[in-house]
Ligand binder design. Sequence first.
Ligand code: ATP
Ligand code: MG
Length: 554
Amino acid sequence: MENEVVSRNFIEQIIDNDIEDGHCKKVITRFPPEPNGYLHIGHAKSILLNYGLSQKYHGQFNLRFDDTNPTKEKEEFVESIKSDVEWLGAKWHEDVLFASSYFPQMYEAAVKLIKKGKAYVCDLTPEQIREYRGTLTQPGKESPYRNRSVEENLELFENMKNGVYEDGAKVLRAKIDMASPNINMRDPIIYRVAHITHHRTGDTWCIYPMYDFAHPIEDAIEGVSHSICTLEFEDHRPLYDWVVKELEYENPPKQIEFAKLYLNNVVTGKRYIKKLVEDGIVDGWDDPRLVSIAALRRRGFTPESIKMFVDLVGVTKSQGAVEYPMLEYCIREDLKQKASRMMAVLDPVKLIIDNYPEGQIEYMEVPNNQENPELGTRKVPFTKELYIEREDFMEEPPKKYFRLFPGNEVRLMNAYFVTCVDYKKDALGNITEIHCTYDPETKGGNFAGRKVKGTIHWVSVSEGVNVEARLYENIVDEEKGVYDEETGQINLNPNSLKVVKSCYVEPALAQANAQDKFQFVRNGYFCADIKDSIKGKPVFNRIVSLKSSFKLPV
Ligand code: ATP
Ligand code: MG
């Protein structure tokens, strides 16, 4: 990791060179989401990368909605995206920007190309255009409309704008090269007719620019110096450069591609997350099993943990998959010192201390986090009847089982030593009660000179509070992989959500506010759910268990 600090990633090297040779006076980056869904962990990488660069070079970071395709865009997504970007800590320059507010400039840009003889109106049908485009091995064929005069093109394009034509009847195409080895350069469509109401511009326009034409113009208008995008746009770069060159922008932006963040066995794509939401398989875009930012937030991930994760992944040009446990590692690291360590029993069985006075309550003073004294202490009520985890008792223990079994002594965390003297079972053989005696000399649990190997946690039966806890597994069946090759459906894990109704927690936890995060000792990190918690009755989502399969590479 030390190398990370001193060495610069390949994007920083490009920027350094551009500053050195005088090409770049001010680093301006942007995050350009299309408001057609919620953001996910992959977008977080792009946001933090772009924002991080603007910070590092004392430049500017723009948040610009790329709303040039009104078909799937909605205002609802604009709001959620803003709140996610804000939550991640990326501060955008002044107000948010909208590509749609540049529609007039884009129209003018198209007119400019027509006047230069670099664009023409084409009447071929979409099928014909596809046919004429050629293939990777065969050059394309020129459209019969390619050599229309500038005057005719200007008139037809104006008619397009004025709503004279039906959707699909005509398009405006850049006049580049039908024989180019790069298919994107074979007279790409730059404007289409679409009689659709736009969520911001309403019915002002019935022609909309295509992404490859619109995006470089948006960047150029804003003075973006480095337009960072993902690898699939690499083949589009010649078109990006063509657009900014033909439109004669003074300080043309430079497109740089990096590898998408890809998590193994995790549903990341917006399209797929959307399908899970629409099919009702998950509880909305923020279902804690998803990796949309809203979901990670609801599950209990912190912005710091996401940033740590993105930094660990790094910025590269080669596609590689990252393991989800790395993300879990980051949230554990972040919460280790920040979260109070509380007692909660997920699978309770009663433990009765036969020689402890009936009705007595003792308040044990407990540090909130042994590794962070700043978090202070709290008082935890201790009584004759307690809940402990069912797995912390065995009738016939195997070797090396140090928890409770008949005749054995264990430490009740932060309280006394107890010895198991008896237990009861129901007709089915389930343990219903465990009887112990305690040693009043061992209060605090730190009695020196007596060998007690096991320490178990507990919650008072009368003083504890019953809450709901939710335990998660991957929504994907990892054995089968994310997608079924034949049906294209997601292979679902039927056990991805386990609702635990019988969770008992110490009383302090009943006061948790939504989004508060805790360690439940031995059971993991939990976060009070933002949707379903009510005052005095929180619902806890398990963010992550305490066991880790991930090791930091050295
Ligand atoms: P998806 O791939 O989920 O459909 P998208 O690329 O369609 O997302 P946009 O709103 O167009 O979503 O993307 C906004 C920005 O986020 C783009 O610059 C895009 O390159 C970047 N981005 C999208 N997915 C990832 C990813 N997995 N890793 C890094 N950056 C990403
Ligand atoms: Mg997209």
